[in-house]
Design a protein around this ligand. Structure first.
Ligand SMILES: *Cc1c(COP(=O)(O)O)cnc(C)c1O
Length: 422
């Protein structure tokens, strides 16, 4: 092994080719649709790639399931698909026992329904609990939802000031939760820095203050292991189109712990979440169990790609996925660290493994200017205002060679921008 740092060296001490050769998940990188012209896909944390064979699976659904079973399909399985697929996601990615997860709506809508359900239940039990805790660097939709619910329910927001380069620490939550807190709404993995919050510790300290916790798992599911039942989490929701590869606009998953069923009622009282919907009777009565989280007709077609994504993840195992995720980000980290200091690229993500999610954020004033050039060259990260390039490394679909080549292009694009400036 050489001690000379080069761009090809990861902290694990191997070249990209060596790391690929030793990667136990290497075979999974061929289990996705090919993307001609893409040299490095760095955005699987935002939109996962389609699983190979998905087109045939979709065609089978259209021709057989939908095409020949027609409306009988509802009785033959579609009706219970939100719960069945939810149980599978719970088992494979969330550490949730059956009967607590459904697939429905979008992440935004499920977060709204769950936040309202928990906030209203807390308030009804103790009218003093009129505050929602949320952090300043949470994903915009989470912040906006919390603002909206606070306005419509005459509640107050308590903001945790989160550092955008790291994330929310348990002590910060401990400082703001108390007898007025109804619900704490946090992301488990921060969308900007990739910071992994301490789910167990934060849930425990919120509970100690009598508060409930709603976790946004959009950047965790399929990347960072989550143990909702072990944490005694109250509720959670997240995207199926990121690491779960469910496709653009895929429905979301929502988790509500069994102990809250019946007590915490969501506000969108649709017929599909009613006890015996086909009775079509007067008055809304929630269906028992997690079914009550559903409002309207389940998005069956859109669940087909999610099924393909979760089965691929099940085959690999979330433990192996996490191990590769850390190896990929270690490799990217070492590569960027080996760049000349004058280039001025800063890593704005946590170094410690236990706080590092599936992506690294790099900061540089010129990233906005070079983004279009990178995309045109088939190197596809995403940009977050004002100066952040997110390098998302989806473990099942990403090779170390791809990381090396993509980052090399990022570096040369910056150098070219610099040269044309000077
Ligand atoms: C991607 C993401 C969302 C997206 O919500 P949609 O309703 O699917 O648009 C929500 N929260 C977080 C933390 C995200 O990263």
């Amino acid at each position: 092994m050489t001690t000379q740092p080069t761009t090809a060296l990861g902290s694990a001490g191997g070249s990209a080719a060596e790391l690929d050769a030793a990667d136990p998940l290497a075979a999974f990188t061929t289990r996705f649709e090919a993307a001609p012209g893409v040299l490095a896909y760095f955005d699987g944390n935002s939109l996962g790639r389609p699983v190979a064979g998905l087109a045939q699976r979709m065609e089978g659904f259209v021709r057989q399931d939908w095409g020949t079973r027609l409306i009988r399909g509802w009785d033959e399985g579609w009706m219970s698909l939100p719960e069945r697929l939810g149980d599978r996601i719970g088992e494979v990615a969330l550490g949730a026992a059956p009967g607590q997860v459904v697939v429905a709506d979008s992440t935004t809508v499920l977060l709204y329904k769950l936040l309202r359900a928990l906030a209203d239940a807390q308030r009804a039990a103790d009218p003093r609990r009129s505050e929602i805790v949320v952090d300043t660097d949470n994903f915009p939709t989470d912040r906006y939802l919390a603002e909206g619910i606070a306005a419509e329910r005459s509640m107050r927001l308590r903001w945790v000031q989160a550092d955008p380069d790291t994330g929310v620490h348990p002590e910060q939550v401990a400082e703001v939760v108390g007898e007025r807190t109804a619900v704490v709404l946090l992301s488990h993995v921060a969308y900007r820095s990739g910071w992994v919050a301490d789910g167990a510790a934060i849930t425990a300290l919120a509970h100690k203050a009598g508060a409930l916790v709603l976790w946004d798992l959009s950047h965790s599911a399929g990347s960072v292991p989550v143990q909702l039942d072990e944490w005694h989490a109250d509720a959670a929701a997240g995207c199926c189109y990121k690491y779960l590869c469910g496709g653009p606009g895929a429905p979301a998953f929502g988790y509500l712990a069994s102990r809250h069923h019946g007590w915490a009622r969501q506000p969108v009282q649709g017929w599909m979440g009613r006890r015996d919907p086909f009775e079509m009777g007067p008055g809304y009565e929630p269906a028992p169990g997690i079914r009550g989280l559903i409002s309207g007709t389940p998005p069956v077609v859109a669940m087909v790609p999610v099924q393909a994504g979760i089965e691929l993840l099940a085959e690999a195992g979330i433990g192996a996925v996490r191990a590769k995720s850390l190896a990929l980000t270690d490799f990217a980290w070492a590569t960027v660290e080996s760049w000349p200091r004058e280039l001025g690229v800063r890593i704005a993500s946590p170094r410690e493994h236990r706080h590092r999610g599936g992506h690294l954020t790099l900061r540089h004033d010129s990233f906005q200017d070079v983004l279009a050039r990178l995309w045109a060259d088939g190197v596809v990260p995403d940009f977050r205002h004002p100066d952040a390039l997110r390098i998302g490394l989806s473990p099942l679909s990403t090779t170390f060679t791809e990381v090396q080549q993509g980052l090399e292009r990022v570096r040369s694009a910056l150098e070219e921008a610099e040269a044309s400036d000077g």
